[in-house]
Design a protein. Sequence first.
Length: 103
Amino acid sequence: MKEKSYKRIETVRKTAEILKHMGSVKVPTTASEIASAVGLAVGTAMCHLATLEDAGFVQKVGEYWRIGTGLALIWARVKANLEGEKMLIESTLKEMEGGENGP
């Protein structure tokens, strides 16, 4: 069966670029700097940032923006899931090793 191809949404792509940029800088940054880095008008970048702020993904600090705690919560869930998968794999490997070397 052929896998269906879906259209990409440019606005979501730009939002991802904003988040990636913000994640790559070590200090809070201005909307103007963010807009320039991702190729958007400042007003458009502000619309993205305001929406991301509502979701908790970014935080405004004075005239600067930084990554918000919402992304940290998502990362914590991803990390917990990966740790769970790692434990399951290690357990399975121990069982397999015990089965091969058993009596």
